[in-house]
Every structure is written in C-alpha cells, then in structure tokens.
Design a protein around this ligand. Structure first.
Ligand code: DX5
Ligand code: ZN
Length: 216
C-alpha cells in the first residue's frame, strides 16, 4: 500500500450503509472520508450526526471528516465525541482560522484545512506549521461525480514546496474527480491522501479499485 485512499461515503448506498462500511473495512483503504454539507456553504445537504455515529460504530478505519459548513466551530466537540480522527474545515468558512485549528487540537483531533478551487494555497502559509492536513479541492465542493479541475495539480506542487520550505509534517489530500487515471500523476506531484467517491462506489469491484488506487 503506497497511498492513503479515503473512499467518500457520500457515494455509498445509504440503504445498505453497514454493508458498504464493512466492505471498506475489508479493503486496502486507510481512512473513510465523510462529507458533511449544510446547504449554506455548499448548494447541497448530505448527512449529520446520527449517520456519522452509526458509521463510527461500524468502521474499523480512522474517520476523515470534511466539513462543508458555515460556523464549524459550533460542532467541533461533537465530532470529537464520535471518535473522529481528522476534522477538516474550509478556509473560506473560517473568520478566525487559527482559533478553529486550536479548538480542533484541544478536542484531541488532527486538524485539516480545505481550500476551494479558486483559493490560492499561499493563504495556508501562516497555518502550515499548525495543521496536520491540507485538503485541495479539485472540484467545486457540493457534489460527487464531478470532473477533475487540472489547475489543482499546480496547487499541489506549490503547496508541496511550501511544506518542504517550512519543514511542516502536514499531509496533502486531494478531493474530487480522483480515479485510476490520475492517482499516480498526483502522487508524483506531492499528494499523500486521495479521496475517491464515484470511482470506488461506481466500480463493479470496489475492493479491486481501492487496491489499484492504493498501489498506483
Ligand atoms: C465533494 C466532496 C467529495 C466527493 C468526491 O464536495 O467533498 O468528497 O464525495 O466525489 P468524487 O470522488 O465522485 O469526485
Ligand atoms: Zn470531501
């Protein structure tokens, strides 16, 4: 297993959620990616605490929660209580990002910061030494199954250099339009962790697809 693969549960079958989580438990994926959407920060609503709680009970893998919500500070403690490992907030949703990062750490979780396609990764410079994960959105957030935005590759390269220059141990994660055709190229550009929704759950053999992505 060379790469961290984080299948996005957004593309799972919610009528058979337990079955799908158990499939992921048996797979080569490293994390489970949970997309929380509030219908305000993004034009879609996904799922909330009862579903996260159920997933946390069934999953044997660390939970990587991606908050696409306004006012994420209001919910940090509740995600910590559910046993979440990585809690990622959007830079565009946080007025006091430094305070939010500290609050995530105080609750015992690893802190991630996500940037939308239009947001320059330079804006992460002053928090890079404090965060555990930087999430580059390679689609506009809100929906699974969208096309990869190529400019994300330049952002990855730039961010990788910034991380090396400051000696941070922050991981780079990429989210949106990830599949068998772009993981190897993105890994070579500096990505550590890959979110994959439709390419995993739309596959005839998700276990095999996860293995191919993990070893690409
Ligand atoms: C989009 C979400 C993604 C989404 C990825 O807003 O953040 O995690 O589920 O889906 P795919 O892999 O289908 O692009
Ligand atoms: Zn996501």
């Amino acid at each position: 297993m060379k790469h961290i693969i984080a299948p996005s549960v957004l593309s799972a079958d919610f009528g058979n959620l337990e079955r799908d989580i158990k499939m992921l438990n048996a797979s080569e994926c490293a994390w489970l990616h949970l997309d929380i959407m509030d219908g305000v920060f993004v034009p879609n609503i996904s799922f909330g605490f009862p579903v996260v709680e159920r997933i946390a009970k069934v999953s044997t893998k660390p939970l990587d929660v991606h908050l696409m919500i306004v006012n994420p500070d209001n919910y940090i403690k509740r995600f910590a209580e559910l046993g979440v490992t990585y809690l990622t907030v959007h830079l565009e949703a946080c007025t006091h990002l430094d305070r939010t990062i500290a609050a995530i750490h105080e609750c015992g979780m690893k802190a991630g910061v996500a940037v939308n396609p239009h947001t320059n990764v330079c804006l992460l410079e002053d928090v890079l030494d404090k965060i555990d994960l930087a999430l580059i959105m390679s689609v506009n957030p809100g929906f699974g199954g969208q096309k990869f935005i190529p400019q994300a590759v330049n952002k990855v390269r730039k961010l990788r250099k910034m991380i090396e220059d400051c000696g941070s141990r922050c991981l780079i994660e990429i989210d949106g339009g990830i599949g068998e055709g772009n993981v190897a190229m993105l890994a070579a550009s500096g990505v550590d962790a890959f979110v994959a929704g439709s390419s995993v759950f739309g596959s005839a053999d998700p276990l095999k697809t996860i293995s191919i992505l993990a070893n690409a």
